[in-house]
Design a protein around this ligand. Structure first.
Ligand code: NDP
Length: 485
C-alpha cells in the first residue's frame, strides 16, 4: 500500500491540510469489501470561508505571473503524478472500486495529461490585435478569479485535474469539492500541486455533501462553477449560479446512442460496445447505453458479446488480472438493480447477467437486454451502471431520428465499414463528443462535453481556455477625439 487511505486531514486549504471535526462525519467505504477505510469531515462554514479567502488572496499574484511560469509548475506536477502513478492508482481503486487494470492507465495518467497539456499551453494564452483603420484595438484573455469545481464519484482524480489544470493555467484559483462518496484522491492532487511549487491558496480541496457544493456556488467571491454530475444537480447549480450571473461549465449525464451497421467489423463493434457499457462497471457519463444494432447482424452480435462477457474477470480490484470491479456504493447498486427489474417488467429480453453478485462488496453482473424498445425506461433514463440495452433497426434515417429522440446529448458512436456513412450519421446526431469506429476515447487534446441537457461548455482542449477566461477589449484612438459638444 503506497498511501494510507486515511488522509492527514479532511481538507487541503491555503497550502496545507486542515481539519475541523465539527463537520459531519463522512465514511469512506471500499466498494470491493464494504469496509470503512477512512473518515473525513464535511466542511463547516468556517472551512468554506478559509478556502474562499485563501483562494481570493492568492489569485491576483498568480494571475500576474507569466503563463510560462504558471505552466512550469503544472508540468512539474504532471511529472510527479506520473512518478507516483502506482500509489495514486491504488488510492483511486480504494476510493472508487475500479480495478487497478483501469486505474493504472486512465486516472492519474489522464490527470497528468491535463496538467501537462494546459501547463504547456499557459504561455500561449493571448488576445488579438485588431486593425481599425487609423485606430486599433486589442483583446486580453483575463482569468475569471476564484473558480469552484464540483466533482462526481466516478473519476475523482481525473475530474480534479481536468478542472484544476485549465483553471490554474489561465491564472485562476480553484476550490474543489469532491463527491462525498470518493473524497480521497483530490487531496493528493492538491498535495502534489503544492509540492510542485503552486503557491498556497490556489488549489483548495474541501469535503462535503451537496450543501457544501451549494455554499460555494452561491458564495459572492466565487466567479465560476464547473460541475461534473447529474442533469438534475446541473439544473440546480446552473440556476443558482445564474442568480449571480456566474460563469458555468456543466458536464452532465447522458443516454448516448451507439449505432452498429451490419457492414461493421463484428469484433471491433462488440469491443466498442463493451467499452461503451462495461468499462468502470458502466459508471461513465458518456457511455453508449442505447446500442442500435442493424437487424442483419443482431444475433451474431449478441452471441459474440456473450462469449466475450464470459471472459470478464470479476473480483478483487487490486489484482491486476481483474477487469470488472464493483459498483461505487451499495446505493448505486440498488439503483442499477431496480432498473434491471424495470427492464424485465417492461418486456425487454434479459440476454446476459441481470443480478447482484453475493458477498460484501457491491458487485453486479455485466447485464445485456435485447429487444429493447425506445419507450422502455431502460432506454430512456441514465442508469449509470453495467446495463446495455440492445435495440434493433433497419434503416439509416430511422435510426438517426431514434438516436436523437432524447433530452440528452453527451456522446454518440457509429460502427460501419462505410466511412462516408460514418461521417454522415455522426453529422446528424445531436451530441457533443462523438466516435467513429471507436468509443469513449477522451484525449486531452479534444473538447469533451455535451449538447442539449447534457451540459454547457467544454472541458479539455483549447476550448477549455475560453471557459476559464473572459475577454477584455480595448479600443486605442491614435488621433483627436471628435465629440458633438
Ligand atoms: P450528482 O449530480 O449527484 O453529484 C455531483 C456533485 O454535485 C457531487 O459532488 C454532489 O455532492 C454535488 N452536489 C449535489 N447537489 C448539489 C447542489 N445543490 N449544489 C452543488 N453541488 C451539489 O452526481 P453523481 O456524483 O451521482 O455522479 C453521477 C452523475 O454524474 C451521472 O449523471 C453522470 O452522468 C454524471 N457525470 C458526468 C460526466 C461528464 O463529464 N459529463 C462525467 C462523470 C459523471 P454529493 O454527491 O457529495 O452530495
Amino acid at each position: 500500500m503506497g498511501y494510507a487511505t486515511q488522509p492527514k486531514a479532511s481538507h487541503f486549504v491555503n497550502g496545507a491540510y486542515l481539519e475541523d471535526t465539527a463537520g459531519e462525519v463522512i465514511e469512506v467505504v471500499y466498494p470491493a469489501t464494504g469496509e470503512v477505510i477512512a473518515k473525513v469531515h464535511a466542511a463547516t462554514p468556517a472551512v468554506v470561508e478559509a478556502a474562499v479567502s485563501s483562494a481570493k488572496a492568492a489569485q491576483a499574484e498568480w494571475a500576474a505571473l507569466s503563463g510560462t511560469e504558471r505552466g512550469r509548475i503544472l508540468r512539474r506536477a504532471a511529472d510527479m503524478i506520473r512518478e507516483r502513478n502506482h500509489d495514486l492508482s491504488e488510492l483511486e481503486t480504494y476510493d472508487t472500486g475500479k480495478p487497478m487494470s483501469e486505474t493504472l492507465y486512465v486516472d492519474a495518467t489522464s490527470g497528468a495529461d491535463a496538467l501537462e497539456y494546459f501547463g504547456s499551453l499557459a504561455g500561449s494564452i493571448t488576445g488579438e490585435h485588431v486593425h481599425l483603420g487609423g485606430d486599433w484595438g486589442y483583446t486580453v484573455r483575463e482569468p475569471l478569479g476564484v473558480c469552484a469545481g464540483i466533482g462526481a464519484w466516478n473519476y475523482p482524480t481525473q475530474i480534479a485535474c481536468w478542472k484544476g489544470a485549465p483553471a490554474l493555467a489561465c491564472g485562476n484559483a480553484m476550490i474543489f469539492k469532491p463527491s462525498e462518496t470518493t473524497p480521497l484522491c483530490a487531496l493528493k492532487v492538491a498535495e502534489i500541486l503544492h509540492e510542485a511549487g503552486l503557491p498556497a491558496g490556489l488549489y483548495n480541496v474541501i469535503q462535503g455533501m451537496g450543501s457544501v457544493g451549494a455554499s460555494l456556488v452561491t458564495h459572492p467571491e466565487v466567479d465560476k462553477v464547473s460541475l461534473t454530475g447529474s442533469v438534475g444537480t446541473g439544473k440546480k447549480v446552473y440556476a443558482a449560479a445564474a442568480a449571480e450571473m456566474k460563469h458555468v461549465t456543466m458536464e452532465l449525464g447522458g443516454k448516448s446512442p451507439l449505432i452498429i451497421f451490419d457492414d461493421a467489423d463484428l469484433e471491433n463493434a462488440v469491443g466498442g460496445a463493451i467499452l461503451a457499457n462495461f468499462y468502470s462497471t458502466g459508471q461513465v457519463c458518456s457511455n453508449g447505453t442505447r446500442v442500435f444494432v442493424q437487424k442483419g447482424i443482431k444475433e451474431a452480435f449478441l452471441k459474440r458479446l456473450a462469449e466475450r462477457l464470459d471472459t470478464a474477470v470479476i473480483g478483487d480490484p487490486m489484482d491486476e488480472a481483474t477487469n470488472f470491479g464493483p459498483m461505487v456504493s451499495k446505493s448505486q447498486r440498488e439503483i442499477v438493480l431496480s432498473y434491471i427489474e424495470k427492464g424485465k417488467a417492461e418486456g425487454a429480453r434479459l440476454a446476459y447477467g441481470g443480478g447482484a453478485i453475493d458477498g460484501n462488496g457491491f458487485f453486479i453482473q455485466p447485464t445485456v437486454f435485447a429487444d429493447v424498445t425506445d419507450d422502455m425506461t431502460i432506454a430512456r433514463e441514465e442508469i449509470f451502471g453495467p446495463v446495455m440495452s440492445v435495440l434493433d433497426f433497419e434503416d439509416e434515417d430511422d435510426v438517426i431520428a431514434r438516436a436523437n429522440d432524447t433530452e440528452m446529448g453527451l456522446s454518440a458512436g457509429v460502427f460501419t465499414a462505410d466511412l462516408t456513412r460514418g461521417h454522415r450519421v455522426i453529422g446528424k446526431i445531436d451530441a457533443g463528443s462523438c466516435f467513429i469506429n471507436s468509443y469513449n476515447d477522451a484525449p486531452v487534446e479534444l473538447p469533451f462535453g455535451g449538447s442539449k441537457q447534457s451540459g454547457v461548455g467544454r472541458e479539455n482542449s483549447k476550448a477549455a481556455i475560453e471557459h476559464f477566461t473572459q475577454l477584455k477589449s480595448v479600443y486605442v484612438r491614435m488621433g483627436d477625439v471628435e465629440s458633438p459638444f
